[in-house]
Design a protein around this ligand. Sequence first.
Ligand code: FE2
Length: 276
Amino acid sequence: MDWERDGYLTIPDAVSAEDRRRLMDRAAEIVREAADDPVSVFSTHEQSRTSDEWFLSSGGEVRCFFEEEAFDADGRLVVPIERSINKIGHAQHDVDDVYSEVSRRPVMAEAAAAAGMRDPLLLQSMHIFKQPRIGGEVTCHQDATFLYTEPMTVVGLWLALEDATLDNGCLWVEPGGHRGPLRTRFHRAGASDADGTAFTTLDDTPLPEPGRAPLVPVEVPAGTLVLLHGLLPHWSGPNRSGRSREAYSVHLVERDADYPADNWLQRPADLPLRGF
Ligand code: FE2
């Protein structure tokens, strides 16, 4: 594997079993504490994310987002609350001590350097559950669509907290696909969170179809860190197995890149981005 050639890298045994356990325990605690939050279904399907103020105002918060399939047609939870969350986001790497500590382990900074970053800032974090049976698909996308900078600088650090396999919805990537163009940009449609969001097409080249070539599965054991170039098309399927596939991801951008005011993710003025 070669970063320049492939657009992704895997680093086995990057994080200790103890750190993984701490992140999973902390996530479970946050979910228990958040049981009274307003409902927000997280999905990369356009219609559910658009106009979601809970999502748009989460750039400096630690918030839970539900799985679509956690509810029946009448909006009642069909699984226990602790099995209903799609992810926690998007600022726990700065506002939660446990996440901050693990996010800033030397291996994370070394990974950023291996991806050619000079002066990275930690932009957002997500604890992704990929729950048993109901863990949703993440449609094929490029991270630069959602975390846009000029020039393009975003790099994803994706840490497997549990084994990620074909059965429980591992990542799939298009090796070398980062040399293709950015297809779309997701941005705020107006100045207020209530104005919602929109996708703007930048290039008509189609993204790969889910679950087959040129995408290849990235099955990795727990503890592996996967680095993803911001232009690399990637996808993960639904989890129909009985096992969760928890992961923790941090997205980095270069300090000197231009970060547009209409990017969906905005941090409050009193919580500036920080590096490692
Ligand atoms: Fe992604």
